[in-house]
Design a protein around this ligand. Sequence first.
Ligand code: COA
Length: 273
Amino acid sequence: MKLIPRDKFLSSRHERGARQAANFMTGAEQNSSRGMAGLRAGELHVWLSFTEGMTAVDELFFEQQLSEAERMRAEKIVFPGGRLEFALARALLRGVLSRYHPVDPAAWRFAYDLQGKPFISGPADAPRLQFSVTHTRGLVACAVALDSAVGVDAEHLEARDDLLAVARQFLGVATSRELENLSGDALTLRFCEQWARQEAWAKAVGSGLAALPMSAENAAGWQFFQRQVSPRHILTAAVRRGNQRPAILKVRTAVWRRRNENLDLAVNEAGCE
Ligand SMILES: CC(C)(COP(=O)(O)OP(=O)(O)OC[C@H]1O[C@@H](n2cnc3c(N)ncnc32)[C@H](O)[C@@H]1OP(=O)(O)O)[C@@H](O)C(=O)NCCC(=O)NCCS
């Protein structure tokens, strides 16, 4: 999918959304945490939460929401910002799922298939929600669909020396040749677009990086949405094509409200699409 040119990509709506998303908001800027319009078959909902402006205290709040198993995983994360992103992603996932099925966010249980793809294992009466989660520097995102396989990937736009080598290893010959003709910001942007697209598909399929590169034949059964959701972030979501109409994408930017020891997820309407 064609992206908006770099100097124009950030609409004032997204700019406001990205800034405000980092805050813990009150009052008119957030709606109530429950009762949002439901998820219809054929819809793909992507939720964003930016980490800019979050503090160590915020991180502690998110970590307090983790299950015991999740806390053990978080403790092993050593790279800067990694724990916050992991804990935030879990809080976002639980909070988002609870908007579609009215249970406490802590009630959700997750299990992993043999390839590492997570799925909902409880509560028993949960609807057939499919989800995918991604975290990258400064952003976590969660995609949800009803009864349809979904994958999401976000990439932080930053120059790296090894982009071409990574492309040759994972993204296939055609993409590597295309990237070899680029340099600087254009190379970074195109690499991240291609990477996010292929990784979103690989997560939807459930095989992870082992399935790459994605062939045109493999991609045929899937619908892709790609957005530049902040000056530094590319996001792609992949959803299995239905027999009827194309899927509809709805993007929401999450904000958080502290209530005693709990965190409540709300929607920043300014960041909605
Ligand atoms: C899945 C994968 C592409 C994620 O890439 P990443 O850039 O490191 O991380 P992202 O933040 O975008 O996504 C991480 C999320 O992907 C999800 N995920 C992990 N494995 C997955 C899979 N096989 N399919 C779909 N989603 C998967 C998880 O929700 C994970 O979040 P969590 O760590 O908080 O649980 C990568 O980890 C991968 O390929 N893993 C290999 C899986 C593998 O080797 N499985 C064989 C096991 S025998």
